[in-house]
Ligand binder design. Structure first.
Ligand code: GDP
Length: 365
């Protein structure tokens, strides 16, 4: 499964946010979760379409799709060179598909900041520098190896060498790999380097309870937003403290609590959806009277692969997929009316599934 790693300096609110994630996961666990690592939190992906489909079909049960966050502790200044817990975190970050960096954007005299004052940009710089240094080391090693061959005019080595030098230059200017422009072909080689700074980054600005309603006045948040734009990254604003309180409520309580605060969607739900789309994930639905369910696939996947998300047999024996767009089904009101209106398509092996497709797979066993 794809996962987003949560990183950040000490005392910025990581644990508070991660607890909210695990708590929210436990609350929505009306179906069995497999046993997972203590540093992995599984959450249901919020999706209003699933609620609408449930109203429409009235199934026995409804199952949301899930998403994983991994808590990655231990980044401090100098960590990539062995300070603090050392560079163990690097191998953990290597295993995640996207990075959510929690940044402290709240003042609180009672909570010490590792550097003595709240300064989100300096915090971001500290963390990003550790990641960049680690990548610089990987690229330097690779340059050593490939450089020799490149000097012997080995064509492939020359090609890779050029890419490596471009990356090295970026790192030396404090820029992450994700800001460097590459062609699709070059990108294949870049991916093979397993760099940390190529991973999509989401900054999670952790603000105070007072600021969560209207964070636009928060100067820290403004700075983070401006920085993220340069950094080819996204920003989500949360108040980790409130999120941990919300996570303990059930659906109904949560709804009225948010209404009271005047918040449309909890920060955690925004974070889940942002991380999900950051990873290029999308959702299709199955909608039977037994079960209405959301399934995760990678954008660009074809119908048989998507069927394989449910079960490998579905992929192996795939014949075709009865498909209707969620909006069309909603307008029609039920499957038969949608069929009469010509909105239900029979799609074959080459069909690229779209976000929101409601699918019924036909397959040989
Ligand atoms: P971590 O070291 O990054 O995991 O940070 P923690 O989650 O342990 O948080 C450090 C301290 O900051 C704790 O005392 C939290 O209660 C507090 N804290 C976390 N988020 C917020 C917040 O949004 N507002 C305020 N005022 N305090 C927070």
């Amino acid at each position: 499964a794809l996962t987003a790693g949560i990183v950040g300096l000490p005392n910025v609110g990581k644990s508070t946010l991660f607890n909210a994630i695990t708590q929210a996961g436990a609350e929505s666990a009306n179906y069995p979760f497999c046993t997972i690592e203590p540093n992995v939190g599984v959450v249901a992906v919020p999706d209003v379409r699933l609620n609408k489909l449930t109203e429409l079909v009235q199934p026995k049960k409804t199952v949301p799709t899930t998403f994983e966050f991994t808590d990655i502790a231990g980044i401090v200044k100098g960590a990539s060179k062995g300070e603090g817990l050392g560079n163990k975190f690097l191998s953990h970050i290597r295993q995640v598909d996207a990075i959510c960096q929690v940044v402290r954007c709240f003042d609180d005299e009672n909570i010490t900041h590792v550097d003595g004052k709240v300064d989100p940009l300096s915090d971001i710089e500290t963390i990003n520098l550790e990641l960049i240094l680690a990548d610089l080391e990987s690229v330097d090693k690779r340059i050593d190896r490939v450089g020799k061959l490149a000097r012997q005019k080995d064509k492939e080595a020359v090609y890779e060498h050029e890419i490596l030098v471009k990356l090295k230059e970026a790192f030396e200017n404090n820029m992450p790999a994700r800001t460097v422009e590459f062609t699709e072909e070059q990108m294949r080689i870049v991916k093979g380097l397993h760099l940390l700074t190529i991973k999509p980054m989401l900054y999670v600005a952790n603000v105070s309870e007072e600021d969560v309603l209207d964070p636009s006045d928060n100067e820290y948040v403004q700075k983070v937003r401006a920085f993220a734009e340069e950094d080819n990254a996204e920003v989500i604003v949360v108040c980790a403290k409130i999120e941990s309180e919300i996570a303990e409520l059930d659906e109904e309580e949560k709804k009225s609590f948010l209404e009271e605060l005047g918040i449309e969607e909890s920060g955690l739900d925004q974070l889940i959806r942002a991380a999900y789309s950051l990873l290029g994930l999308a959702t299709y639905f199955t909608a039977g009277v037994q079960e209405v369910r959301a399934w995760t696939f990678r954008q660009g996947m074809k119908a048989p692969q998507c069927a394989g998300v449910i079960h490998t047999d579905f992929e192996r024996g795939f014949i075709r997929a009865e498909t209707v767009a969620y909006e069309d089904l909603l307008v029609a009101g039920n499957m038969n009316t949608a069929k009469e209106a010509g909105k239900v398509r029979l799609e074959g092996k080459e069909y690229i599934v779209k976000d929101g497709d409601v699918m019924h797979f036909r397959f040989n066993v």
